[in-house]
Design a protein around this ligand. Structure first.
Ligand code: NAD
Ligand code: LMR
Length: 308
């Protein structure tokens, strides 16, 4: 399995590191536009191989996509992150041009690649990559829900004073401060609904903290987060590499599912060797369905700013 990670910044490097440490890929190519930056990150990471016990070969490239040729999976993390006080949607002006150009470069050298989009505003960038590449819809996957679900589980464990490994929960909808939908009704502690342990008010607080999880960290760090984003992407790449058929909430191109069409937005997906192997249709109650429709309206509004 050959993986290309475009963007050698905070998220790209973290993602490349986790992929290497998990040792499931033979090669990781990191591409960045900044002269020698990806080469430097690759060399630094390779010098951890004997310490962290992996055999993955990591190479860097300054904007030379021929090095990425024949990639099975590519991750797009190139673009600017938000600063405290900004929304992800405000990044569209700069990131749309970058994501379009990067997607086109990737498929020139890897026509069968599966692309995972990370750059923000992620649902809109995923839609843009889908339109720009003409790849089949199972091969364009946006990463947001896996990260948001990690944050949801962290907040649930905190509220329950329980070990994180006891918690299950999922976030669907758009990857935005107001659009994500933590599915508290489906969240469990060791298969018991969390509503048996937490009041509705406390669950609302958990959902709110989850939704602003990215903004909270951006305020603390001065730029957006990278460890959990890198871990979320690497888990998705691993599911594809190992054909695991695990369910991840991913931004997927919808054609009628969840009442939506011609949009990429977070829904539960089975990931395997073909990318998105199935969009899983779960029952939403009226309140959840209303939130999903509003979230889709907001993503569609941002998509409207694209020039495609
Ligand atoms: N979807 C998510 O859950 C999620 C999570 C975290 C970050 N993000 C997004 O990921 C993006 C990257 O975040 P970061 O913290 O790694 O930023 P960063 O600034 O640390 O890294 C971005 C890198 O992209 C490179 N780059 C810019 N234009 C390029 C081009 N045309 N080709 C190749 N490389 C190019 C830059 O040189 C830089 O090294 C941001 O848009 C951020 O909002 C999304
Ligand atoms: O919050 C951000 O801008 C980055 C990312 O989308 C995140 O959720 O960490």
């Amino acid at each position: 399995m050959k993986v290309t990670v475009v963007g050698a910044g905070a998220v790209g490097a973290s993602c490349a590191e986790y992929i290497a440490i998990k040792n499931f890929a033979s090669e990781v190519v990191i591409v960045d536009i900044k002269e020698n930056f990806a080469e430097g990150k690759a060399m630094d990471l390779m010098q951890t191989a004997s310490l962290n016990d992996f055999d993955t070969k990591i190479i860097g490239s300054t904007n030379d996509y021929s090095k990425s040729a024949g990639s099975d999976v590519a991750v797009i993390t190139s673009g600017i992150p938000r600063k405290p006080g900004m929304t992800r949607e405000e990044l569209i002006g700069i990131n749309a041009g970058i994501v379009k150009q990067v997607s086109e470069n990737l498929i020139k050298h890897s026509p069968n690649v599966i692309i995972i989009v990370v750059s923000n505003p992620m649902d809109t960038m995923t839609y843009l990559a889908y339109k720009a590449t003409g790849l089949s819809k199972n091969k364009i996957i946006g990463m947001g829900g896996a990260l948001d679900s990690g944050r949801f589980k962290y907040r649930l464990a905190e509220a329950l004073e329980a070990p994180l490994s006891d918690i299950d929960g999922m976030v669907i909808g758009g990857h935005s401060d107001t659009g994500m939908i933590p599915l508290t009704r489906y969240a469990t502690r060791n298969s018991v609904p969390v509503s048996q342990f937490l009041s509705e008010e406390r669950l609302d607080e958990v959902a709110q903290a989850t939704m602003v999880g990215g903004a909270t960290l951006t305020k603390m760090l001065g730029t957006s987060a990278w460890y959990a984003p890198g871990a979320a992407v690497s888990a998705m790449v691993q599911a594809i590499a190992t054909d695991s058929k695990k369910i991840f909430p991913c931004s997927a191109y919808l054609e009628g599912e969840y009442g939506q069409s011609d949009i990429c937005i977070g829904v539960p997906c089975v990931l395997g060797a073909n990318g998105i192997e199935k969009i899983v249709d779960i029952d939403l109650n009226e309140a959840e369905a209303t939130k999903f429709a509003a979230s889709a309206d907001a993503v569609r509004k941002t998509n409207g700013l694209l020039e495609i």
